[in-house]
Design a protein around this ligand. Sequence first.
Ligand code: CMC
Length: 429
Amino acid sequence: MKASARLEIGDTICELPMIEGTEHERGIDISALRSTTGCITVDEGYANTGSCISRITFIDGEKGILRYRGIDIEELAEKSHFIETAYLIIYGHLPNQAELARFSELLTQNQCLHELMKYHFEGFPATAHPMAMLSSMINASSCFYPGLMGRRNAARFDVQAARLISQVRTIAAFSYRKSRGLPIIYPKRSYNYTTNFLHMMFSEPYEDYQPEPEAVRALDLIFLLHADHEQNCSTSTVRMVASSQANLFACAAAGVCALWGPLHGGANQAVIEMLEEIHRAGDDGSAFIAAAKDKTSGKRLMGFGHRVYKSYDPRARIIRRACDELLARRHVSDPLLDIAKRLEEAALHDPYFMEHKLYPNVDFYSGIIMRTLGMPVDMFPVIFAIGRTPGWIANVKEIMDDPKARIYRPRQIYMGPPKSPYVPLEQRQ
Ligand code: CMC
């Protein structure tokens, strides 16, 4: 017999079916609640709301487990690469050789922007944040592909998905070059995805950037570790937009906007700014930790805490190790890494952080890697967005492939003024 939950509202008893996931996480299906009881549930911030049933990513926040399509993130980080993982996330299985070759070829064929897109970049001021350019340009790019408009076209999905993954990276690099007044560098056919990004960022018309294997590997790892994270703020936004049957590029542009904030993907930029502030102040970290615990200070320890993880974020552990390896291989030290490690050590032994179960998240160490690779700090959330694109696409696909998909339309409890008459202007106080 299937388990159910009983809810008593006055004289009405409502039996609510239970739903159990692959890893035995349990939910109460309230989809018939309003029609049977007239009530809705309220859960501001959605902390207890399962907004969908998904087959893409699994997280156990208590144990610090993250899996894409059933495969542990640690194993993917060690054995896979971003493009193979992107395929896994989108299509649900690891690609065979032919599938991977076809996917890579589609990415290459679709990596150049329409030439007219260059003129759109001209309109931005030099001070424009690259995340603003990225979301605008993803949307602008959709205008050049009439196949994206109108009814969803499953047959063209592969091309559209590859175009989006490839062009997000090209737009990101062009945004950086334009914001610095540098000439645009076109992608090369012979380079793989991540090398091409570094090439478009750092080559000059008169001199090619020489890709170093450790730089390519470190950046590829960052992309891979960001590739999906179930129903986070930006992915939920993407699903919300996709549920209205908006096109793939519109969904991704909305995702970039949601990602930008410092509580989400903008945290990697905020972490480095925080570490720089601590460094400048000559603080050993203790003054900042004290401020982060003081609710009136307006400060938080950026790169710490997570809605789902109540233990160490497994991505943070991998990135911390990669950070140490990259700096050691380059024989460089970064005072910000030392400060970050001191902050982590102090926070992990501090009763406030222990009681609140606050641990380093993915953004705590990733900025140190990006800095070491020469990425400017305002590009950090952009790099997060490039990595997250396959996850957004997989979530849109899940909605597209679901014959029972409905528009996302939550309800609310209205607490505004009761019915009141319109007061003519001359009678108003
Ligand atoms: N520093 C100090 N206190 C914190 C922090 C922090 N980083 N994070 C949470 N808290 C406290 C918060 O003040 C609250 O305390 P109390 O219960 O005493 O009022 C408690 O912990 C719960 O916080 P919350 O804001 O209700 O938790 P949330 O699940 O709504 O927010 C979060 C999660 C990630 C937004 C939050 O932990 C945070 O602001 N962290 C810093 C920003 C950050 O690193 N964001 C990146 C998240 S991971 C990657 C991603 O998703 O993009």
